[in-house]
Design a protein around this ligand. Structure first.
Ligand code: DC
Length: 227
C-alpha cells in the first residue's frame, strides 16, 4: 500500500465480456486513477497486422511488429461510449479494433511469447507509476504481481454472451446469440490454454462471480474492497 488509504495498483482480470472494462472505468473515475485496458494493445497489433496483410501464423513477423508499433492512446474525442481514442498513424481505430475480424484473430496474436513480452513490459512500466486500474487477463499473475489488490471478475459464458448480444442490439445492430456464445467459448479456450500467461486468477485474487449481479452491485462490492 502507498501513502493514501486506497490501493494504488488495482489489477482487474477475467474472461472476455465479463464486464471488466465497465467496472474498471467506473472504479478509475471514482478514485481519480488512470484506466488502462491492456486488451487494446493486443487488438491494435492485430489490427495493424491485418491491415498490412501480414501472415498471422508467422510469429517472428508479428513479434517484430509488437516491438516497434506506435500505438497512441488519447483522451476520448467523442462521446460514443469510448473510454479513450486509439490512434494508429493518425487514424482513429477505436471501433475498428473491436470488429469481428480483430476478434477472430486477436487470440492467436496474444498467444505469442514475444508479443506478450513486448506489450507486458510497456504495461508494467505504466502500471508501476501507481494510481492505476489495469484491466486484462494476466495483470495479477504476470504484469503486476505486486498489485495492491487483485480482482478476478468472472461470469458464465452464457451470461457474458447475453450481455454482448444485448449491447449490440442496443446499438441498433443485428446480432446472433448462438454465434456470440460460440465465439466467447472459443476465446475462453484459447486464452486459458495458451502456454504463456494463460487466463487464470492469481492465487491472492478476489474472485467475483457476477452472474447474478448487475453492474452497480459489482461496482459497489469492488469499491468497498478498495476502501
Ligand atoms: O479484453 P479484450 O477482449 O479486449 O482482449 C482482447 C484479446 O487480448 C483477448 O483475446 C485476450 C488478449 N489479452 C491478453 O491476452 N492479455 C491481456 N492482458 C489483455 C488481453
Amino acid at each position: 500500500m502507498t501513502i493514501n488509504s486506497h490501493p494504488s495498483i488495482i489489477a482487474l482480470d477475467g474472461p472476455a465480456a465479463s464486464g471488466k472494462s465497465t467496472l474498471g472505468l467506473r472504479l478509475a473515475d471514482s478514485l481519480g486513477y488512470l484506466f488502462f485496458d491492456t486488451g487494446i494493445m493486443y487488438r491494435a497489433i492485430t489490427w495493424i497486422a491485418l491491415q498490412r496483410q501480414l501472415d498471422l501464423r508467422d510469429e517472428s513477423t508479428v513479434t517484430e511488429l509488437a516491438q516497434t508499433a506506435q500505438i497512441d492512446i488519447r483522451p476520448p474525442s467523442k462521446k460514443d461510449g469510448r473510454a479513450c481514442d486509439v490512434v494508429i498513424a493518425e487514424k482513429d481505430v477505436t471501433w475498428e479494433m473491436r470488429d469481428g475480424n480483430v476478434d477472430a484473430n486477436v487470440s492467436v496474436v496474444s498467444a505469442y511469447a514475444g508479443v506478450r513480452q513486448a506489450l507486458s513490459e510497456q504495461q508494467r512500466r505504466i502500471g508501476l507509476r501507481g494510481r492505476v486500474v489495469m484491466v486484462g487477463r494476466d495483470i495479477g499473475t504476470v504484469v503486476l504481481p505486486e498489485a495492491d489488490i487483485k480482482i478476478y471478475l468472472d461470469a458464465s459464458a452464457e451470461e457474458r454472451a447475453k450481455r454482448r448480444y444485448d449491447e449490440i442490439i442496443a446499438r441498433g445492430e443485428r446480432s446472433d446469440y448462438d454465434e456470440i456464445l460460440r465465439k466467447v467459448i472459443e476465446r475462453d479456450h484459447i486464452d486459458s490454454t495458451r502456454a504463456v500467461a494463460p487466463l487464470r486468477p492469481a492465487e491472492d485474487a478476489i474472485i467475483i462471480d457476477s452472474d447474478k449481479m448487475d453492474a452497480d452491485q459489482v461496482f459497489d462490492q469492488v469499491l468497498a474492497l478498495c476502501k
